[in-house]
Design a protein around this ligand. Structure first.
Ligand code: HAM
Length: 429
């Protein structure tokens, strides 16, 4: 997305903080398009909107997202409350959505519950292409659901948004990391495998070996790749119920003809995942458009009841980048077809009454309150691509009429102000 910092002329003393961007009117031509797609998909698939506070008790993320994750260890914006409270700007939505679901009592009346969100998030990351310190996610969560059909539905919802936006060559990379029991066996094997290779892998991998061994598979360092590719694979260690669960997810995806590839090293960077994990990519961009998975133990980790769940979130800025890369058009700029022109103070005053009556009738009107000459106002009406100009001078105010000028032909007609709304509606048809 284009940076808004490229202002012309002398540099202004203030700039938006590093890794953040202003969303200017042209950005909303894309934002609105993506928002419309997520709302449409959500309403077709029965997801209701949810929003949670932008900051939460820091412990929600430490315990939920996981204290050994990069997101919690390195990327949280921390806020100290005046009463000594420790808050964090939310780096992701999932723990907050689950908290809200339990806290509100909705978990007693709505299960499974299907939520969607469209929300700003904050991560203190090193900004780069597709990575910001404040960014938007659109996401889906289904809480209180362990059937593999829900995993497929979450993937289908995320895929549905991409399809609605006509993003081409979407591919889902998918894996299963098992349940508490079979994963423990797998992690044991993984550690055995890495044990005598620790001198050959990077420093981060040496830390991961002790803190979060599953993330050894997430390493992007070149020198760790040959070791990673030979590592034992999670799928070979799944218990029979995790195996069946994963097989069914894939079968449902096949039924919907959603393209996927099994990625044996995919583990995701957040601690709460179990069983299905996936990421969404498109050709031509090297970052994930979205990612998600099952989190059957998150509720218990946060001190709540047993509550299997599954969800996904996609980066809105990254989706917009995909739209631009694939030259998919934004929504067209809406321009009002009517332009009100006035001359003199009396007409300016009267124009407020006229504008109000047009707005009340649902007619969009533009004006140029600061430009006083007829010529400059007409020029502006022309630049805006207006179909008609309404011209009001002192004489017209006196006679209670207004001139309607057809901007294409230049033909002008006097119309009584009280008939103006009907006349405009007739002409706009
Ligand atoms: P995540 O993989 O951390 O998962 O983020 C999901 C998506 O958000 C990423 O694939 C990416 O498109 C976008 N994203 C992440 N960080 C940034 C950033 N700094 N700048 C721009 N975009 C970014 C989660 O957040 C999980 N809560 C997803 C989930 C929902 N799992 C279950 N339910």
């Amino acid at each position: 997305m284009k940076s808004s910092k490229k202002s012309k002329g002398k540099k202004f003393a203030f700039q938006s903080p590093k890794g953040t961007r202003d969303l200017l009117p042209n950005d909303f031509l894309y934002f609105d398009k993506v928002e419309k797609a997520v709302k449409k998909t959500s309403s077709l698939m029965g997801f209701s909107r949810i929003e949670t506070p932008m900051f939460e008790d820091v412990k929600l993320f430490e315990r939920g997202t996981g204290s050994s994750t990069d997101v919690v260890k390195k990327q949280m914006f921390l806020i100290k409350g005046k009463g000594g409270e420790n808050f964090a700007l939310r780096p992701e939505m999932t723990p907050g959505v689950l908290r809200a679901y339990i806290e509100s009592g909705l978990s007693h009346v709505m299960s499974p519950a299907k939520f969607f969100y469209w929300s700003p998030l904050f991560r203190y990351e090193q900004p780069q292409h597709g990575r910001y310190r404040q960014f938007y996610q659109l996401g889906f969560e289904i809480l209180g659901a362990d059937d593999p059909a829900f995993d497929a539905q979450i993937i289908s919802a995320s895929y549905g948004v991409m399809e609605e936006l006509k993003i081409k060559n979407i591919i889902i990379k998918i894996n299963s990391i098992g349940c508490r029991t079979c994963r423990a066996n797998y992690v044991k094997k993984l550690k055995e495998y890495y044990k005598n290779k620790l001198n050959k892998v990077c420093r981060d991998c040496n830390k991961r070996y002790y803190d979060n061994p599953l993330r050894l598979l997430d390493c992007k360092e070149e020198k760790c790749q040959p070791i990673k590719t030979q590592a034992p694979q999670t799928l070979d260690y799944l218990c029979s119920s995790c195996k069946t669960h994963f097989k069914q997810v894939l079968e449902y995806l096949d039924e919907m003809k959603i393209p996927y590839i099994i990625e044996p090293t995919l583990v995701r960077g957040l601690d709460y995942y179990s069983r299905t994990v996936f990421e969404i990519f498109t050709e031509g961009l090297d970052f994930a458009l979205g990612g998600g998975g099952r989190y059957d133990y998150l509720s218990e980790t946060l001190g709540g009841p047993r509550m299997p769940a599954v969800g996904a979130a996609c980066g809105v800025e990254r989706i917009i980048e995909a739209l631009k890369t694939q030259e998919i058009s934004s929504v067209p700029k809406t321009r009002s077809k009517v332009f009100l022109i006035y001359m003199g103070d009396q007409a300016k005053k009267k124009s407020f009454e006229i504008l109000k009556s047009l707005f009340d009738a649902g007619i969009a009107v533009n004006e140029a309150f600061s430009k006083d000459s007829l010529k400059s106002q007409l020029r502006m009406a022309d630049k805006e691509g207006s179909q008609m100009a309404l011209i009001l001078g002192q004489q017209e105010v006196f006679e209670d009429v207004i001139i309607i000028r057809d901007m294409e032909s230049g033909a002008q007609e006097n119309v009584p102000i009280k008939k103006l709304v009907d006349e405009i509606k007739r002409r706009l048809k």
